[in-house]
Design a protein. Structure first.
Length: 117
């Protein structure tokens, strides 16, 4: 009964990863890692496709093995957060313009505490 739910969640996560590749406020790799976790519980074939992917496969494996995020990933995330903050400060009304600042502080801080791989 849970397999279809995990499968749906995996595809939703991949969809969010695609959106994250376009929008700076959404984490692409994080959603791909979540999709791999969902597919591990619903479709081993789809999970293997993600693990074999030349771009995302190494990130998924590093996360699974050591909870590690590459230095390049951390820097890219920081730049994306910076862009999101600028966009939020320019276009969002007060106090919503502070939401990207809060997200960057909380999530960005957590990301930089992860081991590097």
């Amino acid at each position: 009964m849970r397999r279809p739910l995990y499968l749906i969640a995996g595809f939703v996560s991949l969809g969010l990863a695609v959106i994250g590749a376009i929008l700076p406020v959404m984490p692409t790799t994080g959603f791909v890692i979540l999709a791999a976790w969902c597919f591990a519980r619903s479709s081993p074939k789809l999970e293997q496709k993600l693990l074999d992917h030349p771009t995302f496969g190494p990130h998924i494996l590093r996360w699974r093995e050591r909870g590690a995020i590459s230095r390049k990933g951390k820097v890219a995330t920081s730049w994306a957060f910076a862009l999101s903050i600028v966009i939020g400060l320019i276009f969002a009304p007060w106090p919503w313009s502070l939401a990207p600042v809060a997200a960057a502080a909380i999530v960005g801080g957590w990301i930089w505490t992860r081991p590097e791989g």
